[in-house]
Design a binder for this molecule. Structure first.
Ligand SMILES: [Zn+2]
Length: 659
């Protein structure tokens, strides 16, 4: 008789091993952190005696669930912003709030809360991707869970790094520190191809390969991502990242919603794992991943909850059920992804996708003791039929709930006994979470009230602290203005031709803010569009008008390059109303009396308002503005042979006045 630490008896043991061994009255022997034996109780209890013997009372004893992709600290952002498109959600809400609040403290608290939730729902391993991953790892190992903790690297500044070089350095130190830890597998996470440069993809792959740790990323999540990849790189996502050497590392790729069979074979060939995130894909309307095809190809596809801010929970039972239902509902084939397959994805195959398949994912001698007890007797899961031995898988996938998990062991240590958590204090954690929620609420409350702070929150808004001298008149035709520019007093430095499409968002705020989204099409000499530029300009706050005769001075504006789509800005800023202006613009940079002026001749096509001549100059002091004002008047007089009617400074006023 061999003495061991823990002996589980009287359990329905689902091993989830390659042959799906199942013991109706089974036993599992645990010694230290290892599973030392599994089999029929009568055999095992003959051979082993446990210091602790646990009568499982007929419950299911199975491997703990593997959450193949998540962002655990985001429990603190759960419910912050929902029912939005991915870009608005991510760039408009998550990233600005993260920049403001994510700290080592935030990350540890969020991770601990996630661990409490995950232990309660029978998860023993997960793959995380976030910032300050060192602190995610600390909180995870303190909670006693197993995890791939992946340090994010992005092309823009993140809460934990001012540049990608910095986060790469952090990743290297972090990986070194945690290498060989019994619970934590350190890893690096280039966030996604569209948030990383080719250099980042190369460098992170190299780093992961150097230490033989997994590389965790998001690939082909949306159709738009694939379309952009085709436009920008001439190929879809998987070949593109392959070209950057990403698959030199052992990759765990979240999503893969939009990949074809060739791409699947590429991923199989390089041994990449996939994390399928059905709730996140449905909630963000990203599409349905071709999971059945991926499995048929031979890929290891695990199931993940994704972050709790986009799900909004970490419940693998819900995730498993949805994975099964989606595959059936969308393929018109009720035999697609049967319950047994789904449970395998959430255990053994999931562990393989995370590249920890030799450690965990099934109850087999030699693997780590990561297991759970599941009660199949509650009212929502009865009666129990015995005819079909596979019936138990269906019971688990279609009827069990996270709350039916009673006990959780990771690495030979209990984290939950009879539904009570042993490593975490939920009450204390929830108090901490509420404090963060309060702070973030007031931050967003203030931000949402001001168009300017919303603009700043998405990055890159530059204030131009200049005054603008500007005068505008309505004219009847262009040629006489062009002729008068031959005047020797006017030196033409540059000439440009644009076609401009402006969308003005109007807001009901106190400042009467207006945001202009401008598409500038540069027209070349052959009258073709040469290049296109998108810009956002905020007009309104702190504006000062000072009319000196017919001249108008206006205070600074806020500019930002418009990196997102018009649709993004519309959904993010939620203007009270909007209108469009389309115009053809001849723009001259001229020198007149030693002063540079812009002369714009605008033919406003939509709405049809006619032709306007505008003289403009930027200035940095009021004194200078007075001088320029006089010169602008003189220049206008030279150009405008038949003086027109002076009009207000922007087209909006014009339209409003017309109405
Ligand atoms: Zn994700």
């Amino acid at each position: 008789m061999k003495n061991i630490d823990t002996l589980f008896i009287n359990a329905l043991v689902l091993t989830m091993d390659e042959d799906y061994h199942l013991y109706k009255k089974g036993a599992v022997a645990i010694d230290g952190d290892n599973i030392v034996a599994v089999g029929p109780e009568e055999e095992i209890s003959q051979e082993f005696s446990g210091n602790i013997s646990i009568d499982c009372d007929g419950k299911v004893l199975m491997p703990g669930l593997v959450n193949a992709h998540t962002h655990v600290p985001m429990t603190l952002l759960r419910g912050l912003a929902d029912d939005l498109r991915l870009d608005v959600w991510l760039m408009g809400y998550m990233m600005p709030v993260e920049r403001e609040y994510v700290s080592p403290d935030f990350v540890r608290l969020g991770t601990s809360i996630a661990c409490a939730e995950m232990i309660r729902s029978g998860i023993t391993s997960f793959a995380d991707m976030y910032y300050f991953e060192d602190d995610v790892a600390k909180a995870t190992s303190a909670a006693g869970m197993r995890a791939i903790c992946s340090q994010s690297v992005l092309k823009f500044p993140t809460p934990d790094a001012g540049s990608y070089e910095e986060s790469l350095e952090y990743s290297r130190d972090y990986i070194k520190r945690w290498l060989g830890h019994p619970l934590i597998v350190p890893s690096v996470a280039p966030h996604a191809p569209y948030t990383c440069t080719p250099d980042i993809l190369k460098a992170t792959a190299k780093l992961a390969a150097e230490f033989d740790v997994p590389l965790h990323t998001h690939l082909a999540e949306t159709a738009l991502e694939v379309e952009n990849s085709r436009n920008d790189h001439g190929m879809p996502v998987i070949p593109y990242v392959k070209k950057q050497g990403l698959f030199e590392a052992k990759v765990l790729a979240a999503h893969c919603v939009h990949i074809d069979e060739g791409e699947m074979r590429t991923m199989l060939h390089v041994g990449a794992g996939v994390a399928h995130n059905p709730t996140s894909n449905m909630k963000l309307a990203s599409g349905v991943a071709p999971v059945k095809k991926m499995l048929e190809t031979g890929l290891n596809v695990g199931i993940g909850t994704d972050g709790p801010a986009s799900n909004n929970d970490l419940d693998m039972f819900e995730e498993m059920r949805l994975a099964a239902l989606l595959a059936k509902g969308f393929s018109n084939d009720p035999t697609a992804l049967p319950a047994k397959t789904i449970l395998t994805m959430a255990t053994r195959i999931g562990a393989k996708a995370l590249h920890i398949g030799t450690l965990t994912g099934s109850i087999e001698t030699g693997k780590k003791a990561d297991l759970i007890l599941l009660d199949l007797s509650p009212v929502h899961n009865s009666p129990k039929f015995d005819r079909d031995p596979n019936g138990v898988y269906a019971q688990i996938i279609y009827a069990s709930k996270a709350n039916d998990v009673t006990d959780v062991m990771v690495n030979g240590k209990f984290l939950m006994r009879n539904k009570s958590l042993l490593t975490l204090d939920e009450k204390e954690l929830l108090t901490g979470a509420q404090e963060y929620a309060k702070k973030i609420d007031s931050f967003l409350f203030v931000r949402e009230k001001s168009v300017l702070s919303k603009l700043i929150a998405i990055g890159g808004a530059l204030e131009e602290e200049s005054f603008e001298v500007q005068v505008k008149v309505k004219i009847n035709e262009i040629q006489s203005v062009l002729d008068s520019m031959n005047n020797p007093l006017i030196e033409v430095i540059r000439k440009r031709h644009y076609h401009e499409y402006d969308t003005y968002f109007q807001f009901d705020d106190e400042e009467g803010s207006r945001l202009r989204y401008r598409e500038d099409d540069f027209i070349n000499d052959n009258k073709e569009v040469d290049s296109v530029r998108y810009r956002l300009t905020l007009i309104g706050p702190q504006r000062e008008h000072q009319k000196t005769s017919d001249i108008l001075l206006s205070r600074s504006r806020y500019f930002a390059p418009a990196g997102q789509s018009l649709r993004f800005y519309r959904e993010y800023f939620k203007p009270a109303s909007e209108f469009e202006i389309e115009k053809d613009r001849l723009r001259f940079l001229v020198k007149f009396q030693d002063t540079e002026f812009f002369i714009n001749i605008d033919s406003i096509l939509k709405p049809d308002l006619g032709i306007f001549l505008e003289v403009k100059s930027r200035t940095w002091s009021r004194q200078d503005a007075d001088l320029k004002t006089r010169r602008a008047s003189q220049l206008l007089a030279l150009l405008n042979q038949q003086p027109g009617e002076v009009v207000a400074d922007d087209y909006l006023d014009l339209i409003v006045n017309q109405k």
